[in-house]
Design a protein around this ligand. Structure first.
Ligand SMILES: O=c1ccn([C@H]2C[C@H](O)[C@@H](COP(=O)(O)O)O2)c(=O)[nH]1
Length: 169
């Protein structure tokens, strides 16, 4: 079972804030723009990444497809979801411990669920970042990814996001 640690949660929160601060400065957004005006756009971004993640976990729901899933693509989409989750959570004034407690509540709720498809369905329909985070970690665990895999993939994508902005992609 993947268990998010306070240490890794804080690391993601900090690296996300560094990336987002650079993007805010580059595109001249005030803190208020970020917290309020851009909120809808952040919600859209999260939903789109969740859908892309689910589309790559197709062996859990595309009963008509036999091709093996691509673990690298699944992990890559998962860390895009994690970027936008931490972007949104950074707007809330809560400790890492409090955030993790919310994730655990959702994980326990999922434990009574029937299938992984039910979890994906919940993630797709949810606007609750804790529910999405808990579902994501359960699905990644199902594919045998570890917390270390997630950390490495996040670090790689975070560096790529900085590089993309440097070259104005
Ligand atoms: O304010 C932002 C905007 C984008 N991203 C990151 C999250 C994803 O890893 C990636 C998605 O970008 P596209 O591939 O959808 O362009 O950008 C942020 O972290 N903060």
């Amino acid at each position: 079972m993947i268990k998010m640690t306070t240490e890794l949660f804080n690391k993601f929160a900090t690296k996300q804030e560094e990336l987002d601060r650079m993007i805010r400065t580059k595109f001249n957004f005030s803190d208020d723009d970020w917290d309020f005006d851009l909120d809808t756009k952040h919600q859209i971004a999260l939903k789109v990444e969740v859908a892309e993640f689910i589309n790559n976990c197709y062996d859990l729901w595309k009963y008509w497809k036999q091709k093996a899933v691509n673990p690298d693509l699944i992990l890559g989409e998962a860390v895009d979801v994690i970027h936008f989750i931490h972007l949104i959570l950074n707007k809330r004034q809560l400790s890492a411990e409090a955030h993790i407690a919310h994730i655990i509540v959702e994980r326990v709720r999922y434990a009574s669920r029937m299938s992984y498809a039910d979890i994906l369905d919940d993630m797709l329909n949810s606007s609750d970042v804790y529910e999405i985070y808990a579902g994501l970690l359960l699905i990644l665990d199902h594919y045998s990814f570890t917390l270390e895999d997630i950390e490495q993939a996040y670090d790689r994508k975070n560096a790529e996001n900085h590089a993309r902005q440097e070259r104005n992609y």
